[in-house]
Design a protein around this ligand. Structure first.
Ligand code: ADP
Ligand code: MG
Length: 292
């Protein structure tokens, strides 16, 4: 490989908002045969909005939203921010929270007005022995529409459900189609549930989805693919994605993502547009052809 062609290649890529952290990554990127994309903030805009509230029998909406909004206000998770924004937009006052705890990949909890409040996914409710059977089929209906539904309990009893909806980036479907035309397998990896993940995955045309993955397991999923002989790129934006970005043959961070993700990656995609993945691979292929 001639240093000059590599330099020219990384320079040209930079003009397209594709920042290779070193020439070696431009050389390696042409070998990729598998691209794993994170869902929230990568395939989708990562700006979910609160769309639905369902209450358990006898619950008052204002009280319910004030309690869960107060706990979510303490969380930095994009889902939490969506819930809080929706609740504050309704003019509902939030309250002080004691003993706040965020459990990655599961949910949040805290004590508000003397009541123990939990908000999170099925797994979180099951781990805390909250009976959610009456609401499960309704939850599934939201998920089939690609929404993320979160369950809440107050003092150990199911109290209600909130659903948020995140929109797919306008370019995601076409960008994924391009990758598939280039002979690359595209997989979506997410901590969200299988049903929501499949709805979004089908909308954008990924080959398949790996869902319900806890943050610390994302890197394991990448290793599993590598162990079958695949050359794997991981594309993500969150703190959650950092270990997977580091383990992948090539890690690509979305430029608007968290600093930790950008630091763990080999390439930064300044534009959130997933077309940059295909562009990076094509530029690498072209550079290698010129060298040989
Ligand atoms: P992703 O991979 O999509 O970024 P995470 O691993 O961060 O997802 O979270 C997985 C799931 O855990 C979420 O879909 C949600 O159901 C639940 N969860 C995480 N944080 C919160 C929170 N602050 N409030 C409610 N639910 C949460
Ligand atoms: Mg993300």
């Amino acid at each position: 490989a001639t240093p000059t062609s590599i330099m020219a290649g990384t320079g040209r890529a930079a003009e397209y908002g594709i920042l290779f952290k070193g020439g070696e990554y431009l050389e390696q990127t042409h070998q990729l045969d598998t691209v794993v994309v994170d869902k929230t903030g990568t395939v989708t805009k990562g700006e979910p909005a609160l769309t639905d509230v369902v209450l358990a029998a006898g619950k008052d909406e204002l009280t319910f939203l004030s309690l869960i909004g107060s706990v979510e206000k303490q969380s930095e998770h994009p889902l939490a921010q969506a819930i809080v924004k929706g609740i504050e937009a309704r003019g509902i006052a939030l309250q002080e929270v004691q003993e706040f705890q965020a459990i990655p990949g599961l949910g949040v909890q805290g004590i508000v007005a003397g009541k123990k409040v939990l908000v999170g996914n099925r797994r979180f409710m099951q781990a805390n022995l909250v009976d959610i059977t009456p609401v499960l089929s309704q939850m599934e209906q939201f998920e089939e529409k690609g929404k993320t539904a979160m369950l809440a309990s107050i003092d150990g009893e199911f109290a209600g459900l909130v659903a948020v909806s995140d929109t797919v980036k306008e370019t995601s479907k076409q960008a994924i189609e391009r990758l598939k035309e280039m002979g690359i397998e595209v997989i979506m990896l997410t901590g969200d549930n299988e049903r929501t993940a499949k709805a979004i995955g089908e909308e954008v045309g990924v080959d398949y989805v790996i869902a319900d993955v806890l943050p610390e397991q994302k890197a394991e999923e990448i290793k599993k693919l590598q162990n079958t002989g695949k050359k794997v790129a991981m594309v993500g934006d969150g703190i959650n994605d950092a270990p997977a970005l580091a383990v992948a043959d090539i890690g690509m961070a979305i430029g608007t993502g968290t600093d930790v993700a950008i630091e763990s990656a080999d390439i930064t995609l300044i534009r959130g547009d997933l077309n940059s993945i295909a562009d990076a691979i094509l530029m690498s292929r072209k550079t290698i052809r010129n060298i040989k």
